[in-house]
Design a protein around this ligand. Structure first.
Ligand code: SIN
Ligand code: MN
Length: 279
């Protein structure tokens, strides 16, 4: 492991373990966000299997696996602060399991129903346990109206909920990236959980970073606003938790599970709120 485990990581880890998610007290600066956005926008214009559209349209819903073909995305997943964060939250050496950007275009970006990511990784890929973490980087300002991610705190401790009896979306990876998700948590189950534990939204300005657990119950609504909501998601998995023989496309499940080597890239600057790192 490369991370230094300090007071800040201890505090984040405690919140993450308890709630299943946490806001991260540093963010990417304006220049970094603009650079990443530029690369994302140009990938969106390409016709390639990694680009997924909203059902029946040419509106880009998401792009996948960009860390393996785009230099800025490759640098981003190796950013020393992100690797250290993932290692601190999981407590082990990590590699990149999945990389995606969910675009949620203005007025057109469709919802993500309530679900748990680990349902897909366990049932479809055979990931042994949820020893992974999602690091979410906001590429746009994310507010209440442009479809922020909602999470139910503490729901990551409940195991997998509402799994279908006979497979979910085997052989149909499109149902893992569309509004018609193969593994969902029913609205009844989610509402009951939210009545008990509440519901929190991951809002924040462009560059903000949040972490959330593979088993946390989460969703997001349609983007009914005039503002795009691009959310970049890097899933780091523990190197000893790689699925033995995944079959989904490599742009959904990275095959190389060697520990990632952090690398500084001067183009990807970080800003920190001093009061957040004190103590
Ligand atoms: C979203 O982009 O709103 C959904 C992301 C996710 O489910 O991981
Ligand atoms: Mn998800």
């Amino acid at each position: 492991m490369t991370a230094t485990f300090n007071a800040l990581s201890a505090r984040l880890r405690a919140t993450y373990d308890e709630d299943g998610w946490c806001p991260v007290p540093f963010r990417f600066d304006k220049a970094a966000v603009e650079l990443i956005r530029g690369h994302v926008d140009s990938i969106c214009r390409e016709r390639r299997p990694e680009v997924v559209y909203e059902e029946g349209t040419d509106v880009v819903r998401a792009i996948h696996g960009c860390h393996s073909f785009d230099d800025v995305c490759a640098a981003l997943v190796r950013h020393p602060r992100l690797v250290a964060l993932a290692e601190a939250l999981i407590g082990k050496s990590v590699y990149v399991y999945q990389f995606k950007v969910n675009l949620k275009q203005a007025h057109e970006g469709a919802a993500w129903p309530w679900h748990q990511d680990y349902a897909f990784w366990s049932e479809e890929d055979g990931m042994p346990c949820p020893d992974a973490v999602n690091i979410a980087v906001s590429l746009d300002d994310i507010h209440e109206e442009n479809g922020p991610l909602s999470v139910i705190p503490g729901s990551h401790r409940l195991g997998l909920l509402d799994l279908p009896e006979s497979g979910g979306g085997k052989d149909d990876w499109r149902r893992h990236v569309s509004e018609d998700l193969a593994y969902t948590v029913s609205a009844d189950t989610a509402e009951a959980l939210a009545r008990k534990s509440g519901k929190e939204r991951m809002t924040g300005r462009a560059g903000s970073i949040h972490a959330f657990h593979p088993s946390i119950v989460h969703s997001s609504s349609n983007n009914i606003s005039a503002d795009r909501r691009a959310l970049l998601l890097i899933t780091y998995n523990s190197v000893d938790n790689a699925p033995p023989s995944p079959i989904r496309p490599e742009f959904l499940v990275t095959r190389d599970s060697a520990p990632i080597t952090p690398r500084h890239d001067g183009r990807l600057g970080i800003e920190t709120d001093e009061q957040d790192i004190a103590g």
